[in-house]
Structure formats: structure tokens, C-alpha cells
Write a protein of this length. Sequence first.
Length: 292
Amino acid sequence: MDISFKANIIPLVSAAVAIVSLFVATRSLAQSKLSARLASYNARGSYDVFLTKDSQFKRYFGNANHQVKIYSSVMSGTIDFDYEINIVAMNGGIYRAQLFENIEKREFIGISTTGPELRTSIPKHSPPKNYANQGRVSFYGTPLFPYFSAAGRENNTADEDAIQLNRYHQYIEITDFCGNTEIWYLAFSLHLSNLESDFNKANGWRALAKNSSPYKYYRFAAVTIVSPKDLPKNLDAALTPQQPLEEIRGSEESWQPSTQLSDAGWEAMNNKLKLYEMREYYRFIKRIKDNL
């Protein structure tokens, strides 16, 4: 009887020990994952900011995240921006990400296109189920107004609507869960043209809808995304006084013809604007460091 009991109890004890061990291991693994997730929220954030091209399906149904105004007027027509602004946290996480403008000292307080989230209930503060760097942040916003615009004529003709260059920009504020903040900078150009010689799909040109603007063709070009890590290698450009916008355009007002755009073309004006923006970006970052 004793031998039979011992023969039966030993496997039961072994099974019980195995179950307890499995339970302890499972709990330890769950606790380790929870500790790792919590630790990820205390790491300093490191980010990648990039653009993704909208699908033709999304563009067809008019679901663009952003649109741009052709003119600096509320009555101006709009063009869908072909791209979506994305932020991915490589390390740490994104507690808050916002877009705002600063060139030309436009009137705003804090933010312009993204505001505080309105919540219908008080969220439950439970342990996080994901690591801080999981997920992606993208933006939706109101149509962007150009901070710079220049109109050119072809071969000094009387056609004032031959070509036009608009420049748009956004600052991107990214704050991690520890309160560390980085300011990135995004800028891009919109080229508008009535010239048949410009319409080349291989170079990104697309036809505008009829009666939507005085122009037939458009393309987005000269996109720049600048992070604080890019300042050291561009320090010489940032410290060199740049031409004011009126000199870059070659006229006091945007509606006046720009011989610079007509004679030198898109690329030369885009390059001058990039230098101007690098200077402004550096000065803005410096003011933050000096005054906060």
C-alpha cells in the first residue's frame, strides 16, 4: 500500500511543483515586461520625423491631412498636401506633439493647429500595456498659409500668372514623458505654373482641377526637415546673416512680379529660402535656450 501511494504521490508532487514554477515564471515574466514598459517612459525621447505619401485612394476621396492655401487670403482656394507628417519615437516616448508657426511673428498663443484633447470622461490610470515608443503620431490641421510667395513672368511677358512659388513651414514640438522637449522644423515649396514646358509627371508635376486657380499645374518640392541635431553641421549658414524675404523675392509685396524667380528659376529661390529658414530656426532655438 505504501509503495503504491508513494508511486502515485511523487508524480502529483512533481506536477504541482511544475505548475507552481510555471505560475511563478509567468508572473515574473509579466512583472519584468511591466517594469520594462514603465522604464521606457522614463527614457529620454529620440525621434524620427518623416513624410509619407498619401495613397491615390485617400487623395481621390479628399481625405488629406493637410491642405495649403494658394494665396494669403481666407478666400483663396486650397490644394491637398500630398504627404502626411509622421513622428515615430525610437527611444522613450511621445507625451505631446504639436505644430505651430513662428516666421513673421504671427499672432498665436502656444499652438495653432493642434490643441488640447477634449475628453468625455476621466481616464483610468492603469499600468501601460505598451512600451512608450510604440505607435506613431500624425497630424490633421487647418489649411496652411504661405509665409512667402513670389510670382514670375516668362520671358518678361505681360502674363503675371506664368509661374508662382509659395513656401510653407511648421515648427514641430515633441515632448517626452520626462518633460524633455525638442523643436523640429518642416518646410516645403509649392510650384505653380501655366507653362506647358513645366508639365512633366516624371518631375512631380500634376494638373490642377479646372477653375480651381489661375494655374494649370503644380508640384510640391524642396522639402526640408531639420532637427536640433542638424544645427552643428549648418552652424556657418545659421550664423551668416541672410537676405530678408523682400530681397529674396525682389519686390516689397508678393503680388509684384519677381525677376529673381523669372530669371534664376525655382531652385535658386528655394536654396535662398532654405538658408533664411536655417537662420530663423537657429535664432528661435537659441532664444528658447537663453530664456527658459
